[in-house]
Design a protein around this ligand. Structure first.
Ligand code: UT7
Length: 338
């Protein structure tokens, strides 16, 4: 994939908002379900606690709606102002219709086209890259990219290899044209389907539709071969972040923030080391939210929003199921005043 260029306006994030469920589940709480300790989980992953939606009547779209409504209020926009809503998720409300359609209906975005994007933990970066292309082409002017996952809906609380890793949450960004040279400067996306058997949800699709057998075999839960995924993730995420910096002539001094997908603190540290960045330039909140899959990066941007300034160089990076991975270099486009 060649470095990205555009002659027209750039696509800039002009607002961010997020929502996490209020119910906090600590590592200690998890010892009720699995044979584990707070020390093991924190040392191996960097996670202390996560949020669970804990309500069978609520789904991924409900969390996304909270994030999108908050974003519109912050930006003083009406739902009818949105042209396109891309929902990046691995846990859609249903296989179809798209969760994006449910979100646009619930928020009243009647003028918006909506669709879902499936790229596991890299979904938000794929979604932001897609929005970038639409903004640069002039086809849409106001795009919401929302990353949302109710990971507890596919979490096997008897599997100690995955039960501690994931949490629920949603984050949304507004993407608009910018004529001052700010916004997405380059993106680099990668995928390798030969990794598909290491991190997946086997049941529920056309290959293994829901049946008594599939439920008994626990095929509707997330399955991960942690060690293998770790091995690919630790090099994949570090390599792609380093590659986007190198091909754009960026050094560590040029970077204000690394915004990594929050899957494991050890993977984040490897990416930071490879980019030559100090810990003070890396957004980390995995300790409080765990891995919220498509929501991790917008959750970081939301929490750090007040510390971001126009022109700041941000490197976003992710690795996830598929395998999918990628990185985005963007120049932050606004100052937060309130
Ligand atoms: O976001 C999408 C991409 N996903 C990732 O990037 C995640 C990648 N993988 C990982 O982050 C790590 O593999 C984990 C954090 C999931 C696991 O860490 P690990 O260092 O790879 O542990 P492991 O699976 O190799 O297990 C080490 C030991 C095993 O015991 P033995 O065989 O050495 O005796 C496990 O049985 O730890 C044991 N173990 C546990 N012990 C306490 C596994 N899970 C637990 C647990 N509590 N929850």
């Amino acid at each position: 994939m060649a470095p990205h260029t555009t002659l027209g306006p750039r696509a800039a994030i002009t607002g961010v908002h997020a929502w996490v469920p209020p119910h906090v589940v600590t590592n200690q709480d998890l010892t009720r379900y699995i044979d584990t300790t707070d020390e093991w989980i924190y040392t191996r992953s960097g996670i202390r606690e996560r949020r669970w939606l804990n309500d069978d009547t609520l789904a991924t779209s409900d969390m996304a709606v909270e994030a999108v409504r908050g974003l519109l209020i912050k930006k003083n926009l009406q739902p009818t102002d949105i042209d396109l809503l891309i929902c990046c998720t691995a846990t859609p409300d249903m296989l179809f219709p798209a969760t994006a359609n449910i979100i646009t209906d619930k928020v009243g975005a009647v003028n918006a086209v909506g669709y879902d994007l499936s790229a596991a933990c890299s979904g938000f970066l794929y979604g932001l890259s897609t929005a970038t292309a639409f903004i640069e082409s002039g086809r849409f002017r106001r795009i919401v990219v929302v990353g949302a996952d109710k990971m507890t809906s596919i979490l096997n609380l008897e599997d100690r290899a995955t039960a501690f890793l994931f949490g629920d949450g949603a984050g949304a960004v507004l993407v608009e044209p910018n004529t001052e040279g700010l916004g997405v400067m380059d993106f680099l996306l990668k995928s390798d389907g030969s990794g598909r058997n290491y991190l997946y949800q086997k049941g529920g699709g056309s290959l293994n539709p829901a049946s008594h057998r599939s439920v008994d075999a626990r095929e509707h839960y997330v399955h991960q071969e942690g060690k293998t995924v770790f091995k690919f993730a630790v090099t994949g995420m570090a390599d792609v972040a380093a590659e986007i910096m190198e091909r754009n002539g960026l050094t560590a001094d040029d970077i204000a923030w690394l915004v990594p997908h929050q899957a494991n603190k050890r993977i984040i540290d490897a990416t930071r080391d490879r980019a030559g960045l100090p810990e003070s330039k890396v957004m980390v909140n995995i300790d409080r939210y765990g891995n919220t899959t498509n929501a991790t990066i917008p959750l970081c941007l939301w929490e750090w929003e007040k510390q971001l300034h126009p022109g700041d160089n941000l490197i976003l990076a992710a690795f996830g199921g598929g395998f999918t991975w990628g990185s985005i270099w963007l120049k932050w486009a606004y100052e937060t005043t309130n």
